[in-house]
Design a protein around this ligand. Sequence first.
Ligand SMILES: [Zn+2]
Length: 262
Amino acid sequence: MAPPRTYRCEAITLSYTPLGEADLLVTMYTRDQGKVRAVGKGARRSTSRLVGHLEPLTVVRMSMAHGRSMDIISQAEVLESFATLKEDLTGITKGLYLAELVDGFGSEASANPSLFQLIVDTLRAVEADPASDMPLRFFEFHLLQVSGLMPELYHCVECRQELEPHAHRFSPNVGGTLCLDCNPDDAHLRPLSLRALKVLRLLDRSSIAEACKLSIDESLAEELKGLLFTTVAYWLGKEIRSNSFLERLRKESRSEVYIEGL
Ligand SMILES: [Zn+2]
């Protein structure tokens, strides 16, 4: 019998679940093969060489063997552990939100190196400043872009007129921005301020480092969050579980600020 074919890949681990007595079923996003689910044999044993290498949000170089139904992780070398991010509750919660979105948008056996690079770059930005939400907005916007779902920001999606510099409306359902003259029957239609449109255009042409330097007030931040989160959730078509914990953390940190300010 021919030996099983092995391969090496660079991946970011997204999640894992226990499998059998001592194994782990790991979901990861690889640079060159898209989403992969693979088994870490004996990875829950304290003596395993894989211990600590497969926890979510770790960039790992893997040696894999093709198994009968699922690939087997034979070796793992940590390239980037995001140890500082994982020590911060907000940081790790944001990281798991990114991981859930990559799991939802990434497909198996379909490579998207831009998506791999996007989550790694965004995790670095979250690690550098866990309190800032701008890395998440940059990620949501570019997640749509690298998934071929980039919202239209320059022309009305209905009449194709170039958008004048004032307030418009936005709908994920029809693919982006609408002028005020077009009134399609669309339950997802929402107002879009000129400020928010400008930030979306800026996200389109900025690097994550440039986007993170942007300082915006709370009402604009809320508008962008609502708009981008709704669009991502619309395309994902299911509940984003990690977001409810993220929202709870936000509310708690706000009430702490309130108590401190008494
Ligand atoms: Zn129009």
